[in-house]
Design a protein around this ligand. Structure first.
Ligand code: GLC
Length: 793
């Protein structure tokens, strides 16, 4: 079934059947003020933190209520419609959401957005009388305000939070105060007055209500609230229990006439509230239109740094718009706020954040670099990444998992094996995108003590892994490697990390060469050879790489094991790491296709753990086919695509791409359930009765990994320090691909021609008309506008 369509010209997804299989959401705003809005207006708003800055209430795991509600009521007949729940049309754009609903001849268009750089949200309402008669209606906006900006206090600690709240009516707005009694008091407490506003601009208020029970009724029904029954709001304010903002205005429209008004929501004291409202006083409609235009200009401008045209509309839609947008949102919010994450994790996960950066490097390299700086400053002097980087992170002054204080505060008991190793591909992508090799000399503090150049930070990351090895000379698996449910311990060993380490050594020896650090270069090459030797002799089991060794020496992922005998990541990473034995990599990946693949992607491993799990196999907690226990873990699908593309097997790469591509399942939405325009964390695997159902939307490492797989893998855009290598691997049936890319300030127009229908390859290439011997464009050949024509067959 299909509930909507992509409107790529407008960068929108258009939902025409509001009864989607789950709330399909959009993100508005920035890290200063965020708002999540579903296609039925459900969702919450928050200042900085989803957990500690929540101002608009939302019930998780329920029926997608409450939300940003706008009611239209026929004043003569007393009929009404809640326009924003089950609207006729919902258009999610990049940074705004529009709802269209018609009621008794009035056409309404409501746009939710947060202005660029703003710390408030706007619900802009345009109404048009499309009937032939005069219309007398009222419009009411309703915002259910939290009683505490901490979501937990608001939702469950009612014996406290219900008694600190009150509202007052001030001209054009409801003002909510939390801890109002502390205003002006000299008494020092851990609390202070907090204020929110819900205002109406562009129209005169005819009635109001600041008390939720008075608006909704005790047994409240959002579609038919008690407070609207008399045709006007009761004018009641709140003193304890629950606040709300409800504002009504009356409108009279001649046939064909239009009107415009805007509700505004913010956490703001009186003077700020006045300032915000003043901005909309004159020409409210124009102000809103300008603000929306600015959102489009900024976001679409970022997308314009890479635009592709391939024969696959699904691929184009994802790479040009929705995957890019998904990466931007995940970059901003890490795992902080969605309908699945409440924001309580008080910081950034190391690996997640370093991975997320990769998704935006080709779009916003300098923004990415700032976050890389930050993450390097969260690397301890021993080379390991702090598993959780607190929002209050103070470089040079942090404690680490070696200290009880850190463990207590963060709940993270130990180092993880992979965290700092993610820095290598991420830093390298940044350097190759920009050519900024000087970045290696940038001095950055370590998290706990000392300081060093980026080069030194990377050295220490390698040292961290080298110092923690198991019996076979492989990197220890520690508390977790990429897989949070795999505890291989200090003595156990991880093949995934070994391949990561191999890649890191390779990247680093390139840097050592660049820096003429000859002795270190020699050591790196030696270590690389040693790693290869161990991986090939100890970790290859006929047709697959094993997953690792448990602390007691048990082989995890051995071909003969009754459970979990084939794991996806070691196979794909053997290729990604660039280890020379391509044949083994191919065999391993063929095995993946045969054993792990489903029509929704390849599963993380098979068979799932049930009776034979070793002690560190935490994934046994999940139902088979779910999460790390044999789901299609979508991030891993990205690595699989990349691996196949690196091998030049374009058909396979694209097969995997399409299996897990949200846009490709638009017409099977009842199976996928999740939004058809964003990636999720996982899709249920073969062992689940709900195969294909997908979960944990938006904030996921899948976004960046898929982006890298698409751009570097399928499109084959692989910058290096001095230029650009082009090695696409796409379906043989594609004739032609066009790419527009901004690269180091230049506009590149790349055309790939495939008249002979190959999956990859090289026949010839011209740069600005000049033939080059290989599919490589040195930076010095690039002009302001560079035309590149690559023939692969
Ligand atoms: C989740 C975590 C991520 C981890 C993955 C696999 O997506 O956010 O850190 O790598 O699960 O366990």
């Amino acid at each position: 079934m299909q509930y909507g369509t992509f409107d790529n010209d407008r960068y929108e997804y258009v939902i025409t059947d509001a009864h989607t299989p789950a709330p399909w959401v959009n993100y508005l705003g920035s890290t200063e003020y965020g708002a999540i809005v579903s296609n039925n207006a459900g969702g919450y708003s928050f200042v900085k933190s989803g957990a500690n800055g929540r101002i608009l209430r939302y019930h998780f795991n329920g029926s997608d209520t409450p939300g940003r509600y706008i009611y239209l009521r026929n004043r003569k007949k007393g009929h009404q419609r809640l326009l924003t729940r089950f609207p006729d049309v919902c258009r999610h754009g990049t940074g705004y959401t529009v709802m269209e609903a018609e009621f008794e001849g009035i056409k309404a268009e409501i746009t939710f957005y947060v202005p660029e750089g703003g710390r408030h949200e706007v619900w802009a309402v345009r109404l048009k009388n499309s009937s032939g008669d005069k219309a007398s209606f009222s419009v009411t906006g309703y915002a259910e305000l939290t009683n505490n900006s901490n979501y937990e206090q608001d939702t469950v600690n009612l014996q406290y939070s219900q008694f600190i709240t009150r509202t007052e009516f001030k001209g054009n707005r409801i003002r909510q105060m939390l801890h109002a009694n502390l205003d002006g008091t000299s008494l020092a407490t851990e609390h202070s007055l907090e204020e929110r506003m819900f205002a109406l601009c562009g129209a005169k208020i005819s009635s109001y209500c600041g008390d939720r029970t008075e608006f909704l009724g005790v047994w409240g029904d959002y579609t038919d609230p008690e407070g609207l029954k008399d045709g006007k709001l009761p004018g009641t304010l709140n003193y304890g229990e629950n606040s709300c903002g409800a504002l009504m205005t009356d409108i009279d429209l001649k046939p064909g006439e239009e009107t415009f008004l805007a509700f505004l929501l913010a956490q703001a004291d009186n003077s700020e509230a006045e300032k915000i409202c003043a901005g909309y006083e004159k020409d409210c409609a124009k102000v809103c239109e300008r603000e929306l235009e600015e959102i489009r200009r900024v976001r679409h401008g970022i997308f314009s740094n890479l635009q592709v045209r391939t024969p696959s509309p699904e691929f184009n839609t994802m790479v040009n718009i929705w995957n890019a947008y998904n990466c931007m949102i995940t970059f901003d919010w890490s795992r902080a706020a969605s309908f699945f994450y409440c924001g309580l994790r008080n910081g950034y996960g190391y690996r997640d954040t370093v991975q997320d950066i990769q998704g935006i490097i080709h779009l916003e390299p300098e923004k990415a670099r700032e976050r890389i700086d930050f993450m390097l400053s969260a690397q301890a002097a021993n080379g390991g990444g702090l598993p959780l980087v607190k929002f209050t992170h103070t470089p040079g002054k942090e404690d680490t998992p070696d200290e009880e204080s850190y463990r207590q505060e963060t709940g993270h008991p130990a180092w993880r094996a992979d965290d700092a190793l993610w820095l290598f591909p991420t830093v390298h992508k940044y350097i190759c995108e920009t050519g900024n090799t000087g970045y290696l000399d940038r001095e950055i503090l370590f998290a706990d003590k000392e300081s060093g150049t980026v080069y030194e930070h990377l050295k220490r990351a390698l040292q961290f892994t080298k110092e923690r090895q198991g019996k076979h000379g492989m990197p220890a698996g520690l508390h977790a490697d990429w897989n949070d449910c795999l505890r291989l311990g200090a003595k156990g060993e991880s093949v995934f990390v070994a391949f990561q380490y191999y890649l890191a050594l390779k990247i680093m020896s390139g840097y050592a060469e660049l820096k003429k650090d000859t002795e270190y270069f020699r050591l790196l090459e030696q270590e690389k050879d040693r790693m290869e030797q161990v991986l090939e002799t100890e970790c290859y089991d006929g047709d697959r790489y094993i997953r690792g060794f448990a602390e007691d020496g048990e082989v995890i992922g051995a071909a003969a094991a009754p459970e979990a005998n084939l794991w996806l990541n070691p196979q794909s990473w053997s290729v990604i790491s660039g280890m020379p034995d391509e044949e083994k990599g191919k065999t391993a990946l063929d095995n993946v296709l045969k054993t792990l693949n489903t029509e929704y992607g390849a599963m993380l491993m098979m068979p799932p753990f049930k009776d034979k799990a070793f002690d560190g196999a935490i994934s046994i907690i999940y139902n088979p086919g779910m999460k790390e226990n044999s789901a299609v873990f979508s991030q891993s699908q990205g690595w699989l695509i990349l691996a196949e593309a690196l091998l030049g097997r374009g058909d396979r790469a694209f097969l995997y791409y399409m299996e897990n591509c949200p846009a490709n399942q638009n017409d099977r939405a009842e199976i996928r359930v999740m939004e058809p325009y964003v990636y999720g964390q996982f899709t249920e695997g073969q062992m689940s009765p709900h195969r294909g159902r997908s979960h944990v939307h938006w904030l996921t490492g899948t976004a960046s990994t898929m982006m890298v797989a698409s751009v570097e893998g399928i499109l084959g855009i692989r910058p290096d320090v001095s230029g650009l290598l082009l090695k696409p691997a796409f379906p043989a049936e594609w004739d032609r691909v066009e790419i527009r890319k901004k690269f180091r300030g230049k506009d590149l127009k790349i055309t790939v021609l495939n008249p002979g229908h190959a999956e990859s390859g090289f026949v010839s290439m011209r740069v600005n008309g000049k033939e080059v011997p290989e599919p490589y464009v040195p930076e010095e050949m690039m002009t302001e506008k560079t035309e590149i024509e690559l023939k692969i067959s």
